[in-house]
Design a protein around this ligand. Structure first.
Ligand SMILES: Cc1ncc(COP(=O)(O)O)c(C=O)c1O
Length: 475
């Protein structure tokens, strides 16, 4: 193909993708609305795309940019002189490394566990799965959805010798609330336990929110007892995808994160992250965007974002049939519906009006909900969003709640996914509206009926079904 044709094809390929810019996609993407920031980020990404972070002595520019980003973050998180940082590929990788590092620093613990609130990001579940660290999920306060420090403390005591890590969120993804970091840290400090604060989504918002006079309980290195913090740049720092920061309170705490292998005939592999060859592109892009936007720029972006969030909250509170699940501490809003309509129908209806809002399935006592990540570019569009939301609620009420057959509900609870073979999965996917008996799968235009069915499936069945779906989708 010629370059011109390739560009044409690439444009065609993405016609069904969600828009990354314009503020109408309220999950997955972040738009600052600053055209220069996008332009410089892309330029830097391209300039450094072929560099390799595998060996920082071969590409000292990458090491310099990494140190610069950590230096920029240091005052934001009230980091002392001892704090060290690593640039990773994203929030999940930062969290994987925090868990792996905690486990490997304590090799004497035979059956390691981590104590986390139920609302902690699923990246911790992935880390548990990868590294054989059992996840002990502690129920959160049923009203505020914040971690319950007394219950977390009780779990620390119950599992005492086995605990290699405690973690909490600032804020949580699903509900946008900040866990009581100070109260938890006091207990981890007393017991000498590692404590990771997941500020992947809040790390580039909360420091400026506080400066703008918002009341934010301390959650960063000011709090004694925090051993590490993750903060993603590819979220609210508005950099291209592929960049997060993992900060450790001391070099000693980071040590176990490193991997070296001289036990083969090639170069000595020496890595600070899970990747070995690693493009310098995302790092350079982040360096460029952070330096272009700068401290004042982020202050303005956070002001815009929080004002937009407040307007959104007020608008949602004024609508019938929907409610905030809890009051947001930052820029993430979660809403649920009353029994007259279905959240998943609202999300379908919003999509037909050009807005993506993210369905969240019910979990334990928490109802199914819609997640809205507000970014700076969303703020000016909030009035339009609220009109679309009102129309979508009306349409969802007119459609009525999705009723699931009681027999189906009972069957879903009884199914043990580990006993199912491929054929059974094909049948279940067809039943869920995601495929046909022949094993071919499709993404339906309206997801509400599928989501409603998935919602009644216990998490293990839902996971197995969606893995079967993805497997078939990508064949
Ligand atoms: C609180 C929190 N932690 C971790 C992650 C995972 O980040 P990533 O998707 O970059 O791997 C997210 C993503 O939204 C998040 O909100």
């Amino acid at each position: 193909m010629s370059s011109a044709e390739i560009l044409r094809r690439l444009d065609q390929l993405r016609v069904n993708d969600l828009p990354t810019h314009g503020g109408r996609t309220l999950a997955y993407v972040y738009d600052s609305g600053i055209a220069d920031a996008d332009a410089i980020g892309k330029q830097a990404l391209a300039m450094y795309a072929s560099t390799n972070g595998l060996d920082p002595t071969a590409f000292p520019s990458l090491l310099a940019m990494e140190k610069d980003l950590v230096a920029f973050a240091r005052p934001l998180f009230n980091a002392g002189d001892q704090v060290v940082g690593t640039v990773t590929s994203g929030g999940t990788e930062s969290i994987l490394l925090a868990v792996q590092g905690a486990r490997d620093a304590q090799p004497g613990v035979a059956d390691p566990v981590m104590i986390v609130p139920t609302t902690i990001h699923a990246a911790f579940n992935k880390a548990a799965h990868y590294f054989g660290v059992e996840r002990i999920s502690v129920d959160v306060d049923p009203v505020t959805k914040r971690a319950d420090p007394a219950a977390m403390t009780a779990a620390m005591d119950q599992y005492s010798d086995r605990v290699v890590l405690v973690a909490a969120s600032a804020p949580s993804y699903a509900h946008g609330v900040i866990d009581p970091i100070g109260a938890i840290a006091a207990e981890t400090l007393r017991r000498g336990l590692r404590f990771h604060v997941d500020a992947c989504i809040g790390g580039w918002v909360l420091p400026w929110a506080e400066r703008l006079g918002r009341t934010i309980d301390p959650w960063d290195f000011r709090v004694p007892g925090i051993s590490s913090i993750s903060a993603d740049l590819h979220k609210y720092a508005y950099t291209p995808k592929g960049v997060s920061l993992l900060l450790h309170a001391t070099p000693e705490l980071r040590k176990s994160q490193y991997f070296a292998s001289a036990d083969w005939p090639g170069y000595t592999m020496l890595n600070a992250t899970t990747q070995s060859t690693k493009s310098g592109g995302p790092l350079a892009a982040a360096w460029a965007v952070v330096n272009l936007i700068g401290d004042d720029g982020y202050l303005n972006l956070v002001r815009t974002t929080l004002d937009g969030t407040a307007a959104l909250v007020t608008g949602i509170e004024a609508q019938e049939h929907v409610d905030l699940v809890t009051r947001p501490d930052s820029s993430l809003v979660t809403l649920s519906t009353d029994e007259s309509c279905d959240v998943f129908t609202i999300s379908d209806e919003m999509l037909t009006r050009g807005w993506f809002v993210q369905p969240q399935m019910s979990y334990r006592q928490m109802p199914a909900s819609l997640h809205l990540t507000v970014c700076a570019a969303t703020a000016p569009a909030v009035p339009e969003f609220l009109v679309a939301l009102a129309e979508s609620i009306e349409a969802a009420v007119a459609a009525g709640p999705i009723v699931i057959d009681e027999e189906l509900r009972a069957a879903a609870v009884a199914i043990d996914p580990t006993t199912l073979d491929d054929e059974a999965f094909d049948g279940l996917l067809a039943l869920a509206g995601l495929g046909s008996d022949t094993g071919e799968v499709t993404v339906p235009e309206r997801m509400a009926p599928v989501n409603a069915l998935l919602d009644i499936a216990p998490p293990a069945l839902r996971e197995a079904l969606l893995i079967a779906f993805l497997d078939r989708l990508s064949r």
